[in-house]
Design a binder for this molecule. Structure first.
Ligand code: ZN
Length: 143
């Protein structure tokens, strides 16, 4: 294992243990997602004020990759507009599929996960769930 791999693994664990975005959000929109192949579950909560996401959190259970990914995502989505969030999510999903290398620094910690196709589903579970939720909110708002 290279030093970079070790660094990324440590950062993944840090996000896994970070509970600052963990927990239910009252009076928020939410959506559940499941990754049957690994047994991961994530419920994503989002509060928005007009076009802007003011708070995001999650509850869930599953492997380190799936839960760390939900944690870092909730952190990154806060403060973004719905459209910015949608673009960030699509960018991360393409990155995990190997379609782009152009990704923000904090998301490079998932680079090593790409070598394991079955784990890619773990890493993208929260993101696919968030994408559905955001597209739902956008539809309801009529844009
Ligand atoms: Zn998993």
């Amino acid at each position: 294992m290279s030093n970079l791999d070790e660094l990324y693994r440590d950062m993944l664990l840090e996000f896994y243990m970070d509970t600052s975005h963990k927990g239910e959000l009252k009076e928020s929109e939410h959506r559940e997602g499941k990754n049957i192949s690994c047994g991961d579950e994530v419920t994503l909560y989002m509060k928005h004020d007009g076009d802007r996401i003011i708070k995001a959190s999650f509850t869930g259970d599953g492997c380190v990759v799936s839960q760390a990914s939900a944690s870092v995502m909730a952190h990154l989505l806060e403060g973004k507009t719905l459209e910015e969030a949608r673009r960030l999510i699509l960018n991360f999903i393409s990155f995990m599929k190997g379609d782009t290398e152009d990704i923000s620094e904090e998301l490079k910690i998932f680079e090593g996960v790409k070598q394991f196709p079955s784990r890619v589903k773990c890493a993208t579970l929260a993101w696919h769930t968030a994408l559905e939720l955001i597209e739902d909110i956008m539809k309801k708002k009529g844009n």
